[in-house]
Design a protein around this ligand. Structure first.
Ligand code: OOG
Ligand code: MG
Length: 261
């Protein structure tokens, strides 16, 4: 990390915070600073997390992103990324999604987990199920703080992977982990199916995404703890939403519906 960039990291976190607060998108950092690195970007994300905690927010868990080819193609960035979730980002199932507090929101279907007991040293999928309380459908709300919802890899990492909200479903697939990867997902907008997929799109199995997150956190001496939520990454491309839309995510034994206002 060069010195000149290092001194900019707090300013970058502040610029992203201002963009989020005032709903004014900013120019991608990589446009003006081509050597802005992935390491710098995670440092900006870390500064934002600490600032959010300083503002009284609480960490709800973490998210993986760009874990499916569909998503990677969607935003033209081809590597998995991780971000954090705060409790205020959760939207209750059935509540309307507000656009007024966002710049250019999109939604995407995911598999989420809730942790039952701390997971340390997990190496294989088989190490995970007994540590989970829930695994099931969730919808993530994204809102890039960059102009035109475009970015390169370090930009989107710095912007906490576009995190803007999440809605947890209630159907628990813990007792059908064997076929979870191949359970169908459909995303509808105003009654029309816009995206379909299966959780296998996420690195072959969303639990592989969870393993990647655990390993990423372990490098920072962090553990997933009981009650924390993890979004494993979108199964399909995201869809833009606007006031008046009616969104549905359908999976076996699960329909999640909300309106956009
Ligand atoms: C980046 C965040 C990606 C996912 O699930 O793939 C993400 C973006 O698309 O803005 O959350
Ligand atoms: Mg996502």
């Amino acid at each position: 990390m060069s010195h000149s960039i290092n001194s900019h990291l707090s300013q970058f976190a502040e610029a992203l915070f201002q963009a989020r607060t005032h709903k004014t998108p900013i120019v991608q950092f990589t446009q003006t600073m081509p050597d802005f690195s992935i390491e710098d970007a995670y440092a900006v994300q870390r500064i934002s997390l600490e600032a959010d905690v300083g503002r009284g927010k609480k960490v709800a868990g973490y998210k993986m992103g760009l874990t499916s080819k569909a998503k990677q193609r969607d935003v033209n960035v081809f590597a998995p990324i991780a971000g954090y979730l705060t409790t205020d980002l959760e939207i209750a199932l059935g509540d309307p999604l507000e656009t007024a507090s966002r710049i250019h929101p999109r939604v995407e279907p995911e598999i989420a987990v809730v942790i039952k007991r701390s997971i340390a040293g997990a190496k294989r999928i088989a190490d995970l199920p007994h540590c989970l309380e829930f695994i099931g459908p969730a919808i993530e709300v994204l809102d890039s703080r960059y102009k035109d919802f475009t970015f390169r890899l370090p930009d989107v990492i710095a912007d906490n992977t576009s995190a803007s909200g999440f809605i947890m479903g209630s159907t628990n697939y813990l007792n059908r982990l064997d076929d979870l990867a191949l359970l169908g997902v459909a995303l509808k907008s105003n009654g029309e199916i816009l995206e379909t997929g299966a959780p296998a799109a996420v690195l072959g199995n969303p639990l592989i995404s969870l393993l990647k997150l655990i390993q990423f956190l372990e490098k920072q001496n962090l553990l997933l703890e009981a009650g924390q939520v993890v979004l494993t990454g979108a199964i399909t491309a995201s869809i833009p939403v606007k006031p008046g839309d009616w969104i549905e995510m359908i999976m076996p034994n699960s329909v999640m519906r909300f309106s956009v206002v």
